[in-house]
Design a protein around this ligand. Structure first.
Ligand SMILES: [Zn+2]
Length: 113
């Protein structure tokens, strides 16, 4: 088993530890932030999955970041991330459509006074 522990910036200025384990071709990713501990896709793990190096707390861990991203590329996560991104794009479009519809509804109701 191979393991990498990389510090990710927290919004409070300190860091969370994102841990990667590669075992028999399967990649596990954990984060010790509150959302991460409840097994949710926290923003720290998602930043690694999106190859976003701005999440790095310590620039000296860049080689480990690159290695983690290589592990991710070889895993089953990229197709899932593509599906998530596509679903989020659709969701944003629908939110925009809904917002316009509610505005039209409000305008219509005001005109009747
Ligand atoms: Zn996290």
């Amino acid at each position: 088993m191979e393991k990498l522990d990389i510090k990710a910036k927290s919004s409070l200025g300190d860091f969370y530890l994102v841990s990667f384990t590669l075992k028999e071709g399967l990649l596990g990713i954990k984060c010790d932030c509150q959302a991460g501990r409840f097994m949710q896709g926290c923003k720290h793990k998602l930043a690694f999955l999106r190859n976003d190096s701005s999440i790095l707390f310590d620039p000296e861990e860049t080689p480990d970041f690159i290695k983690a991203v290589e592990w991710i590329k070889g895993s089953s996560y990229p197709p899932l991330m593509a599906e998530i991104d596509a679903a989020e794009t659709i969701m944003l479009e629908h939110k925009r459509v809904l917002k316009n519809l509610y505005r039209k509804l409000e305008e219509g109701m005001k005109k009747r006074y």
